[in-house]
Design a protein around this ligand. Structure first.
Ligand code: GDP
Length: 296
């Protein structure tokens, strides 16, 4: 379960504050020491933790929190609000282009769940009465094209593929024309992934971006890789200017470090979370619900 170990650590840190009639600065400091350790153990970025703890302390100690009737509850409320803010505050919706089709470029490293997530996103969009087109631009990974075709079949969305001999740039270009001609309103480009970030990959993605002029560039990263996911997001963002992040495998991520650090480190919001292998296991990312899940 997502955030499982962090949630239990924080709950025990706050048990000491909860329900107490009166608390002082020292007990807030003590609780925040435990929060700090819990966040570091959850693999949250070091600087993110430091800033977070400083903000909570400033709000909790500086205002009238300690003099309130339920100071313990008030401190927890401050932590809840700051956790929500840390993860982006509001729900970040997927873009809608003023003139259809909306073009979404899916990028990420191999194995992150990019192709599966492209299928999930198609299903999500269909539920919003949109008509997505899946586009097979990953011509390098054996079976990626076939995988997308199978996913398209499962969700009942058309798949545009030109095999593995045509360049991704050309595929993207023709896919856009196909979408316009067939009144499809979302074009989801499943681009190539590699095991590591390299120049060739970035160059190709930049070329695809150039012709497709995407409304969204969404990075798909594996939440279970913790700070590696954050570093990957930082690199992709510097190269491509992402519009958002999709965190996959949050269902298996008991720590939550990536979810808590990505927005603060990259400035880009988490738009969706993958919560399982099934095609309907994609959820819009709600920072407030995630914060409440962490605090129990
Ligand atoms: P790609 O190389 O990035 O295109 O990765 P794939 O889409 O092929 O996915 C790699 C593996 O991750 C597959 O076994 C997927 O079923 C799995 N996967 C993707 N998203 C999730 C998720 O949100 N939760 C879980 N548990 N598994 C996922």
């Amino acid at each position: 379960m997502a955030f499982e170990s962090l949630a239990s650590r924080l709950q025990s840190a706050f048990d000491k504050l909860r329900g107490r009639g009166k608390i002082d600065e020292a007990s807030v400091n003590e609780a925040m020491r435990e929060v700090r350790l819990a966040l570091l153990e959850a693999d949250v970025n070091f600087k993110v933790v430091k800033d977070f703890v400083a903000r909570v302390k400033e709000r909790a100690i500086g205002q009238d929190v300690l003099k309130s009737l339920t100071p313990g509850q008030m401190v927890i409320k401050v932590v809840n609000e700051e956790l929500t803010e840390l993860m982006g505050g509001n729900v970040a919706k997927i873009a809608v282009a003023p003139k259809a089709p909306t073009v979404v470029m899916m990028v990420g490293l191999q194995g992150a769940g990019k192709t599966t997530t492209t299928g999930k996103l198609a299903k999500y969009l269909q539920k919003q009465n949109r008509k997505p087109l899946l586009v097979a631009c990953d011509i390098y990974r054996p079976a990626a094209i076939k995988q997308l075709q199978v996913l398209g079949g499962q969700v009942g969305a058309p798949v545009f593929a030109l095999g593995d001999k045509v360049s991704p740039v050309e595929i993207a270009k023709q896919a856009l024309e196909h979408a316009k001609a067939n009144h499809l309103d979302y074009v989801l480009l499943d681009t190539a992934g590699r095991l590591h970030i390299d120049e060739a990959l970035m160059d190709e993605l930049k070329q695809v971006r150039e012709v497709a002029k995407p409304d969204e560039i969404l990075l798909v990263v594996d939440a279970m890789t913790g700070q590696d996911a954050v570093n990957v997001a930082d690199s992709f963002n510097q190269q491509l200017e992402l519009t958002g992040v999709i965190l996959t495998k949050l269902d298996g991520d008991t720590r939550g470090g990536a979810a808590l650090s990505v927005k603060a480190v990259t400035g880009k919001p988490i738009k969706f979370a993958g919560m399982g292998e099934k095609l309907d296991a994609l959820e819009p990312f709600h920072p407030d619900r995630m914060a409440s899940r962490i605090l129990g």
